[in-house]
Design a protein around this ligand. Sequence first.
Ligand code: NAD
Length: 258
Amino acid sequence: PSQACAEARALVASAHRITVLTGAGVSTDSGIPDFRGPDGLWTRDADAGRGSSLQAYLADAELRRLAWRAKLDSPVWTARPNAAHKALVELERSGRLRTVVTQNIDGLHQRAGSDPHRVLELHGTLHATVCLGCGATGPMRDALKRVAEGEQEPDCQRCRGILKSATVSFGQELDGEVLRRARLAALDCDVLLVAGTSLSVQPAAGLVPLAAKAGAQVIICNAEPTPYDAVAAVVLHEPVGDVLPDLSSVPPSGGGRF
Ligand code: NAD
């Protein structure tokens, strides 16, 4: 193992409170493409992000119909958790991982077995819908069933408003309570383990300098450099599917019990 790996293992071994921040890179091994990696959706098609803005979604009925049709075929519905998700479940069982803050909307941390109460979905979830008119929420499954049965755009069954996945689009605010808890988790950890994120989306990326300023040791594991590599104690440009299982198998230093 590299020197950087050994340093990361030592940090994890002595940590009592670990907060994890994940991004699309932890789910690429599950068959869900990221946005900005080499094979990312936006790397291949610079215009693909257009439909991700709330304004465009509200203004353009054709875009909404395309979005619903595309959702039927989303890789998320068949994806299974991979070694990276499972490693974080192991780390949680060791009693040291307090919170998983994720930018992912695929629900794979919970499916792998992470305690749902410890997972903070900063950008919402694809597994639910929300009405942009009355705020009613419901299972995505129900809306997709209607699309599969031929409805081009399922509307809200309560108020006939525009329905959207319960994900945070560009131009949309994050859930204030989720963000508040994520910031607390960044402030109250001795190690912040960052995995599979380009750290190019705010306010999520801002959790990294926040934790560092509060005294946490930051470990960044990402295939490519990130804008916050300089504040990290250790940077690992290696696959998360190798690094996270390696780190989660580290026994606590001194053999202490929790
Ligand atoms: P991003 O695409 O900007 O960055 C992902 C990073 O992970 C890239 O730098 C890439 O090089 C790296 N990476 C990919 N596979 C890796 C691997 N196996 N090992 C190590 N590194 C790997 O993603 P982001 O930072 O999460 O931001 C994108 C936004 O898009 C988020 O806000 C998120 O909500 C959304 N998104 C979510 C999903 C999902 O839920 N799975 C997928 C795509 C995008």
